[in-house]
Write a protein that binds this ligand. Structure first.
Ligand SMILES: [Zn+2]
Length: 241
């Protein structure tokens, strides 16, 4: 059983104080998360602080400390009401758009990251939603071959892409063996969520690993067990929506 932490919505106008608070907590327990960076944010919801010139340098510093830097779409603006192949939400920056439109987005996001000195290995779709065209666009417009987002117990590979599961929105102990990613949005976290995380890490630090330490070679394709979990999860959500 291994746990991972993913932090979404890092961008030039994020809530810096909250991110610094998250950074302090994770440093304290030596936990190296995946940070999903919005390269060209145009989402008003993510315009919280004034433009921060030091943003990219701060991200670089975290990367040198072993944090994984991922590409979180391009501008974080939802264009469709599609759920795609991981329908956590019925909204997407990508799912449902034409291949050409998606290529354009990936190209813009990828080149901004390169310009800032990053070569992300992982893609994190805004709202967790993407489709097969997103994968095709990633293949032609970037070097990214790893996706953080799927309902499963272990990472698996389909064609050229490795999928790392992302199941929960907050830390908790799970008694089924697997690799679990807890996804946080520091911009919208309150004090009690920060202290809950801090307390959990103080007791469960040893169960956490980093994305760089995951062994992603020789992965099998999705197991029957994972297919069932995925099916049940989305059926369950449909019933209670
Ligand atoms: Zn996001």
């Amino acid at each position: 059983m291994k746990y991972l932490i993913r932090l979404d919505d890092a961008c030039e106008t994020m809530d810096l104080n909250k991110w610094l608070k998250m950074e302090r907590i994770l440093f304290k327990y030596d936990i190296k998360p995946l940070i999903a960076v919005i390269p060209n944010n145009e989402d008003d919801m993510q315009k919280i602080n004034p433009f921060n010139k030091g943003f990219w340098q701060w991200i670089k510093g975290l990367e040198t400390k072993g944090w994984e830097i991922g590409l979180h779409g391009n501008n974080h603006v939802y264009k469709t009401n599609e759920g795609g192949i991981n329908p956590i939400h019925k909204r997407s920056e990508f799912a449902g758009l034409s291949l050409d439109d998606q290529k354009e987005k990936i190209k813009k996001g990828w080149s901004k990251m390169k310009e800032m000195g990053f070569s992300p290995r992982m893609f994190v779709a805004p709202s967790h939603t993407f489709d097969n065209n997103t994968l095709k666009a990633l293949k032609t417009e970037s070097d990214i071959r790893i996706i953080s987002d799927t309902m499963a117990f272990y990472p698996y590979k389909i064609n050229d892409f490795v999928f790392i599961p992302q199941q929960l929105g907050a830390v908790r102990n799970i008694n089924i063996p697997g690799i679990y990613t807890f996804c946080y949005h520091p911009n919208t976290m309150n004090d009690s969520e920060f202290s809950h995380l801090d307390e959990f890490l103080s007791k469960n630090q040893k169960k956490f690993t980093s994305f760089k330490d995951l062994d992603l070679d020789d992965l099998k394709s999705k197991t029957i067990f994972d297919r069932i979990l995925s099916f049940l999860y989305f059926q369950f959500r449909k019933l209670f929506r």
